[in-house]
Design a protein. Structure first.
Length: 339
């Protein structure tokens, strides 16, 4: 399907949402990645007291007015459900708590991770990043990145209010005059929450399933040997049987059908990159040296650090599968070799 036809279809699907009192709030991100030029917050209307906001957008100041304009006329406090703790999805939660009044709903691993990592001071994060880049094979004089410095500032600025309600996999929650089944799984983040309205045929996918790009799955700088790919694949497999007529409400992009097909496509993408990495590592190499085999991108550009976190996750998956060896060389850098 062409981009133009996808846009037309996406607009028609948004009308289905509007008819169901579901509003997509498109908040600009200003990302260097064209696929991530915005993030979605979803506003669910209904009887007084049943309204809810799913995700809040980034903590960028230019989004605050856009968000408040959509909430105008609603009572406070309002229920806020954050699919996960990344800055672009939970960034305005604290400001909403201070200026509006909210009841915050998240999984505990997401809330704890965000409070621990995203609330840390910049110096500590810079040290974690420098250590990570060394392990991945980046020379000392190449460890500075403008995009990463901006990312550090964004992380420092994020805070989260107290967690009012812990979401668990299998929970049933009510908002927007609908009952939603919570489906929680890892991969993209520690334990993201999706919300499935079986009767109304809606599935809030967050960043676990996206309509036009494969979701990011990478390691944290502080946990370079983590293996999130298996978690992502396991959760995506649980979504493959979602009926094609269920409407996906993603964290980025327009509403979309065939959630199960997209989940399968994401799995294929991760496994394809793993095969490329495996074939390229016939001799000991650093993660940085193996990135070009798995990703198209400029290792001298602003996307370098993100590609390294994703490549490390894929290589760690191969290690866990017994298909890759990993060790630390005399230079303090990881080496990888296929088994």
């Amino acid at each position: 399907m062409s981009t133009a036809s996808m846009t037309v279809r996406g607009k028609s699907l948004e009308k289905i949402c509007e008819a169901a009192d579901i509003r997509r709030i498109r908040l600009p991100m200003g990302s260097v990645n064209d696929d991530l030029d915005h993030v979605n917050a979803w506003l669910f209307l209904g009887e007084p007291g049943s309204e809810a906001l799913v995700d809040t957008g980034s903590n960028a100041s230019h989004n605050w007015g856009l968000l408040l304009a959509e909430l105008n006329g609603l009572g406070a406090p309002i229920d806020v459900y954050c699919t996960h703790g990344h800055t672009d999805h939970a960034g305005h939660a604290a400001a909403l708590a201070r200026n509006w009044g909210i009841r915050l709903h998240m999984t505990l691993p997401e809330w704890s991770w965000a409070k621990r990592r995203l609330g840390r001071q910049g110096a500590a994060l810079k040290e974690s990043r420098s250590r990570f880049l060394k392990l991945m094979g980046i020379a000392t004089n190449m460890r500075r990145s403008t995009s990463s410095d901006a990312d550090l500032k964004m992380r420092d600025a994020l805070d989260l209010p107290d967690l009012d309600h812990e979401l668990r996999d299998g929970d049933r929650v009510d908002f927007g005059n609908r009952e939603w089944l919570v489906k929680a799984g890892g991969g993209h983040s520690p334990l993201a929450a999706c919300f499935f309205d079986r009767q109304g045929r809606f599935l809030i996918t967050g960043d676990q399933v996206l309509p036009e790009m494969t979701p990011f799955v990478g390691v944290d700088w502080e946990r370079p040997e983590a293996e999130p790919i298996s978690e992502a694949i396991a959760f995506l497999k649980s979504l493959r049987d979602v009926p094609d007529d269920v409407l996906g409400l993603p964290g980025h992009g327009r509403p979309f059908h065939a959630v199960g097909l997209r989940a399968s496509a994401h799995i294929t993408s991760y496994l394809t990159r793993a095969e490329r990495g495996h074939k390229a590592a016939t001799r000991p190499q650093t993660c940085a040296a193996l990135v070009p085999a798995m990703f198209r991108g400029d290792m001298n550009g602003p996307e370098r650090d993100v590609m390294l976190t994703m490549a490390a996750a894929i290589l760690n998956y191969l290690v866990a599968e017994g298909r890759m060896e990993r060790w630390v060389g005399d230079d303090g850098m990881y080496r990888y070799r296929s088994c």
